[in-house]
Design a protein around this ligand. Structure first.
Ligand code: FAD
Length: 458
């Protein structure tokens, strides 16, 4: 087989890259080569007895223009579903109790989310020590700017929620680049937020509309898989499923990709694989990329979804859900209240909980068998919600290689890997590199598509 562009990996990055090549650059001579029997990678939705069971992402924030544009291109604009306003309340577990995260700064100062000393320390943020000149962990950054208690509770919970990661290991510059930029530009997060709010107000006044930079969690009716399914359908027979790429070699001006079912010759190659898989394929073509790629770890994660009757806990279970900072509930990272977030994803009169287990903090939990995993989650829910009713249904999902962890030095490793792969004429994109969210993957896919085209022109 011959193609102009070979995209290896049919997760959201690979599928989106193909769509951007067609849409932005009118290149349709391409193949997406995927080792498993289905497209979508970590995105996988199943409807079971009226419940939308998400194996991977629950949604994406609707503040990323590339994702919204791709959605429109795919004709899925009408299928978008935003998180319900009734799910506004978010909680953090502290001292074994769920505490509401207040929406306004004043309500926050009056809340019990942190002990009084921890809340007062936030006021001193503008006077924090200036940043060091080395890559700093998220925890060190937070402790320096907003104090130890806020770092241990709020920031640890946030890192858990996004990366299933350990705030003491992850690089601030790689995981929360906007925060690093806010400090660099304004010298303080408080000053940066005030400046942002003023700008948003000006912008809002001009456009006459609301301006919320945070975005709203959004999915599709039928679940997140609607997007990769639609992209896969558009590819038709240019999507090769069940074709793992085993080897990548240079042959004159072309690349030869050895797959389970024969060789493919390509003028250009884009790898959208887990980092350790990309490393393996680059052993011959870009050996200098192997070490930095091998040093990008992943955190395993398990998802347990439980369905109950609406009154099962004998108390209301309402809101967005809760996050669990380190030291509160061994193994449990957090729980989403899916019946409130996306009411259409569960039958009326039910509770639909999505518990996340494991992550970098408790990787061993993902190796538990189903009964043990469910028991861990139910015991934690009993301590937190005060009862252990029998669920009507339970689903368990595991990702051994769950979420890429951007540890300190990540951006240097990515730059080194990109340079080595680039020198060999190969592009890299996807969750191991510059953002793990669906939005970041779609954005990286667009940038990579442009680089592929520039390379082809050269
Ligand atoms: C439990 C969980 C919850 C999440 N929640 C959210 C969320 O709510 N919001 C959000 O924005 N993000 C979330 N994420 C993150 C996000 O889903 C992922 O980062 C993103 O989907 C990864 O896409 P990708 O294309 O980079 O990689 P993948 O989806 O991993 O795709 C890579 C593909 O490459 C294929 N492959 C591997 N080796 C080969 C080979 N040799 N040849 C050919 N193909 C190969 C794989 O089979 C796979 O399909 C979550 C992730 C997990 C695991």
């Amino acid at each position: 087989m011959k193609t102009r562009v070979a995209i290896v990996g049919g997760g959201i990055t690979g599928l989106a890259a193909a769509a951007w090549l067609e849409h932005d650059h009118r290149i349709d001579d391409l193949l997406v080569i995927e080792s498993s029997s289905r497209a979508g990678g970590k995105i996988r939705s199943e409807i079971d007895a009226g419940y939308t069971v998400e194996w991977g992402p629950q949604g994406f924030l609707d503040n990323a223009p590339d994702t919204l544009e791709l959605t429109r291109i795919q004709g899925l604009g009408d299928a978008l579903v935003q998180a319900d306003e009734g799910a506004a309340d978010r909680f953090i577990l502290r001292g074994g109790r769920l505490r509401r995260v207040a929406a306004s700064p004043l309500a926050f100062m009056l809340s019990d989310i942190l002990p009084l000393g921890g809340r007062l320390r936030l006021i001193a943020e503008p006077f924090a020590r200036t940043r060091p000149d080395h890559d700093e962990t998220v925890f060190d950054f937070a402790r320096r700017r907003i104090g130890r208690r806020a770092a241990e509770v709020l920031v640890d919970a946030m890192v858990t929620g996004v990366f299933a990661g350990d705030s003491r290991e992850l690089s601030l510059a790689a995981t929360f680049p906007r925060m690093a930029a806010m400090e660099a530009e304004h010298g303080s997060l408080t000053r940066a937020m005030i400046a942002k709010m003023r700008a948003a107000r000006r912008e809002g006044a001009r456009s006459g509309g609301p301006s919320g930079p945070g975005g709203t969690l959004t999915s599709f009716s039928g679940g997140m898989a609607r997007l990769p399914d639609s992209l896969a359908e558009g590819l038709g027979d240019r999507l090769l499923l069940g074709r793992g790429v085993q080897k990548l070699q240079v042959d004159g001006e072309s690349f030869i990709l050895t797959t389970d079912a024969g060789d493919i010759e390509a003028q250009s190659v884009l790898l959208t694989l887990p980092a350790e898989r990309a490393a393996r394929l680059l052993e011959n073509t870009a050996p200098a990329a192997v070490k930095p790629l091998s040093e990008i770890p992943t955190a395993p994660i398990a998802v347990v979804m439980l369905a109950y009757d609406a009154n099962a806990f004998g108390r209301p279970v309402h809101g967005f859900g809760f996050l669990v900072p380190r030291g509160e509930e061994p193994g449990l990272l957090g729980t989403l209240y899916c019946h409130d977030i996306f009411p259409g994803q569960a039958p009326t009169g039910s509770l639909f909980l999505r518990a996340m287990v494991g992550g970098a903090r408790a990787p061993a939990a993902v190796a538990l068998d189903d009964d043990e995993l469910i028991a861990l989650v139910r015991a934690a829910l009993e301590r937190i919600l005060g009862a252990d009713p029998e669920p009507d249904r339970v689903w368990t999902m595991r990702w051994e290689k769950g979420i890429s962890q951007y540890t300190v030095g990540h951006l240097d490793r990515v730059a080194a890997a990109e340079e080595a792969a680039g020198n060999a004429g190969i592009e890299l994109a996807g969750s191991p590199y510059r953002g793990v969210s669906v939005n970041d993957c779609i954005k990286q896919a667009r940038v990579a598509a442009t680089r592929v085209v520039q390379r082809l022109r050269r």
